[in-house]
Structure formats: C-alpha cells, structure tokens
Design a protein. Structure first.
Length: 262
C-alpha cells in the first residue's frame, strides 16, 4: 500500500508539472509563434516516462538495475527494427522546432509534392493540393528536400509570365501596351506595381518578363491566365504577334519556293 501511494504521488507530481509547463508554453505573446503540439507531446511522454522509472522501484521495493539493463537491450533491438519510424518521428520533432511551415501554409516540397499544409504529425505531414488531392509525406523524406513556403513571411508573393515578340516592335511600345493592358486588374496587391522587364534581347526576338504580385498561392493559376489573356488581347488589337521560332529548314524551304517562282 505504501508503494502504491508513493507511485501515485510521483504520477501526480508529473501530471502537475506537465499542466503547469503546458499552460506556460501555450501563452501567446505578440509576434511569437505558437509552440508546436509535437513538442508538448514530447514533454508529456518524458515526464510520465520519468515517473515510471522513479515509481517502479518504490512500488516493488527493490533495485531496478537489472530490469533496466535488460530493458535497454530489448529497446536497442526494437529500435533497430523500427528505425524508419524513429527517423520519421525525429524529423517530425525537428520540423516542429524549426517550423519551416505552419498549418494552412502553401508549400512546395521539392521532388515530392505541393499543396496546403493540413496536418503536421509525429511521423507524417499531410498536404492538400490545389486539385483537392490528399498527400501524405513521411517527415524523414521532407527533411531531406528543399522547402518553398509561399505563405511566409507573408501570403503575397511575386509571379511572372514571359512573352517573346519580334525585334521590329520598339521596346517602349511593348512595355506601354503591357502595362496598360493590366491597368484594371482587380486583384492587384495594394502598394505594388506591374513591372515589365527585358529578359533577353536577340536577333531571334525580344523576351519580355511581366512581374506581378499574387494575393494567395491558390489563386496563382487564375492570376497568370488573366495576365496572359489581357496582354494577348491588347497585343493582337495592335497587330503584334508572338515571335515565331527560328527554323533553318523553314528558311531553306521558303528560299527554294521563292527561287522556283522566279
């Protein structure tokens, strides 16, 4: 009875310490990110595991050295068997500490997937793609890839579209037409401006890069399509068409036709 009471006391102390620590860590301060749930779970597991190690000798009334030694060997064998699970769990802990992304962020995990973060668990992270596909990724694989977060440090980011036009059209005229075509966009982010830059200038054509700010990542496709549609319409109304790809074979055929006609 004395051992049971002592063990109950140890568990009560562990529970009290866990509650106090959780209340302290979950208090939100201005500009501070919330503590990841996985870290709170780790603290809870650690405290209760410590309570078991302290409470068992008190309950059984004997030295637990031999028991702990045998348990250590068993845990080593078990750890080797579930090493992949351990790797995923440790990677999940690292993701929780470093917080490269949070719930609701739009991210791209290079060579794996792209979507909105739905859940960050111990072993896996779940994403929902733009076409509503549910993707489950092991945390150990995520930790090995480059992560692009489209929602941090802010949800707006800059995208671009390129157009290659003939060199016969003046650059100033093209820039003016493109900017005027996008003057009435309703989703333009406040405080930002449309930029038209010359990316490449060659005898085969001039490539223009149109840069604009996307309000949210899930609107990227819609914004790009609207930009291309408006610019294409304005260019066609001014009889400006995209530069045709240069083909030496096509030039030889056209020369042969002209020669034959002559």
């Amino acid at each position: 009875m004395r051992g049971i009471l002592l063990m109950a006391l140890v568990f009560s102390v562990a529970h009290l310490v866990n509650r106090l620590a959780v209340n302290q860590l979950t208090q939100r301060r201005k500009g501070q990110r919330p503590v990841p749930k996985v870290l709170l779970d780790i603290l809870k597991v650690f405290l209760y595991a410590l309570a078991v190690l302290i409470g068992l000798p008190l309950l059984l009334g004997q030295d637990m050295t031999g028991f702990l030694t045998g348990s250590g060997i068993l845990l080593a064998v078990l750890g080797f068997a579930i090493r992949n699970v351990v790797a995923d769990t440790l990677s999940g802990i690292a993701i929780g500490i470093e917080a490269p992304f949070r719930m609701g962020d739009w991210v791209r995990i290079e060579n794996l997937a792209q979507g909105r973060v739905q859940e960050i668990g111990w072993r896996t992270t779940r994403l929902v793609s733009r076409d509503e596909t549910y993707v489950i990724l092991p945390n150990s694989q995520i930790s090995k890839q480059r992560i692009t977060n489209f929602s941090a440090p802010k949800k707006e980011y800059r995208d671009q579209a390129e157009f290659t036009l003939p060199v016969t059209v003046p650059v100033a005229q093209v820039r003016s037409l493109m900017i005027s075509a996008l003057a009435d966009l309703s989703w333009v982010v406040d405080g930002t401006a449309i930029e038209v830059q010359v990316a490449r200038y060659t005898p085969m054509g001039i490539t223009y890069r149109v840069k604009y700010w996307v309000p949210k990542h899930n609107e990227e496709s819609r914004c790009r399509n609207e930009v291309i549609d408006l610019i294409d319409q304005n260019l066609r109304e001014n009889n400006i068409l995209l530069q045709q790809p240069y083909s030496p074979c096509q030039e030889q055929v056209e020369t042969a036709i002209v020669t034959e006609l002559q």
